[in-house]
Design a protein. Structure first.
Length: 316
């Protein structure tokens, strides 16, 4: 009993001992952690430094690029200005060339009828008559402009006809008329093989403006719509003007007589549709005839506008 108590007392007074901590191991462990943290911080520092350098380079590049872009933009603006000036110069040169081209065409038409004292006004009237008919038939502006410049050259071949025949005050003999008919072939030959569209149209008009709707004309006896429309238009315009004006072989016909002759040739000499246009616009034809006679050397677009109300800018 006592022994047991003694043992129990001894046990309570002397608890079991634990081994002391190994501070060296703890130190080494913390040292390794600290080294790892330093390594990570160093890596982060290097990475941050690299990011900073890259950002700085990007900033410098952006500023440089912006400067270069601004320089490029200024250069492009200068180029654009130079290009506008060049285009303006080219347009001006083109317009001058076009005016010279059309002026040459006009003078060629004048040369064809130089022997006739009514030369200038005849050409002006033909221009206006043909454009009026073309517009009323619904032709395009481009077609009207082509006709405007081509129709006055219908008699260019008369350059090759002796003036004794052209200015003969009496009726031509059969032989003389055969010679006169050759002006269509001569004119066609003069205007052939051109790359210019207007001269190609003028060549057709010169060749076929004496063809008749019923096939009895010359030089090829074409009939109906086989005769190009420009030629059919010019045929009526030229005939109207010839009847209304004095010629070496005749006096001017009165308006009623002129209209009677033209209507009598509907479906014979002339395209019926074109005669109908003529009849519907008889007053406009007479206004053109009067306007051209009143004031010479006026722009023909102005004459057309005042006579018919058509606002057409055709360059003459």
């Amino acid at each position: 009993m006592d022994t047991t108590r003694s043992d129990m007392k001894h046990t309570a007074e002397a608890p079991a001992a634990f081994p002391p901590p190994d501070f060296r191991k703890l130190y080494e462990k913390e040292k390794r952690k600290t080294a790892m943290l330093y390594s990570e911080l160093s890596s982060l520092k290097d990475q941050s430094q690299k990011y900073a350098e890259d950002l700085f380079k990007a900033h410098v590049h952006a500023k440089t690029s912006q400067g270069e872009l601004e320089k490029t933009n200024q250069q492009l603006l200068r180029y654009a200005g130079d290009l506008r000036n060049t285009i303006g110069s080219l347009k001006s040169a083109h317009n001058e060339l076009e005016k010279a081209y059309y002026d040459t065409i006009h003078r060629l038409a004048l040369a064809a009828e130089y022997k006739d004292k009514d030369t200038g006004t005849h050409i002006a009237r033909i221009c206006c008559y043909t454009v009026l008919i073309a517009e009323r038939l619904g032709l395009s502006r481009a077609q009207m402009q082509s006709l405007f410049y081509a129709a006055p050259m219908h008699d260019v071949g008369k350059i090759g006809i002796p003036h004794q025949i052209i200015l003969k005050p009496t009726r031509l003999s059969a032989d003389e008329f055969r010679i006169m008919q050759k002006h269509t072939i001569i004119g066609s030959n003069m205007l052939s093989n051109s790359k210019a569209e207007i001269l190609t149209i003028a060549q057709q008009i010169a060749l076929w403006h004496h063809e008749r709707w019923d096939g009895s004309g010359y030089p090829h006896r074409l009939s109906g719509t086989a005769i190009p429309q420009f030629c059919r238009i010019t045929a009526l315009a030229d005939t109207f003007d010839a009847l209304m004006t004095r010629r070496p072989y005749k006096e001017a016909f009165p308006v009623d007589k002129t209209c009677e002759i033209i209507n009598g040739e509907r479906g014979k000499h002339f395209d019926p549709d074109i005669v109908d246009v003529f009849n519907a616009n008889r007053e406009n034809f007479l206004k053109i005839e009067n306007e051209v006679s009143l004031v010479k050397d006026r722009p023909m677009a102005e004459i057309i506008r005042k006579s018919t109300g058509l606002n057409i800018s055709l360059g003459m």
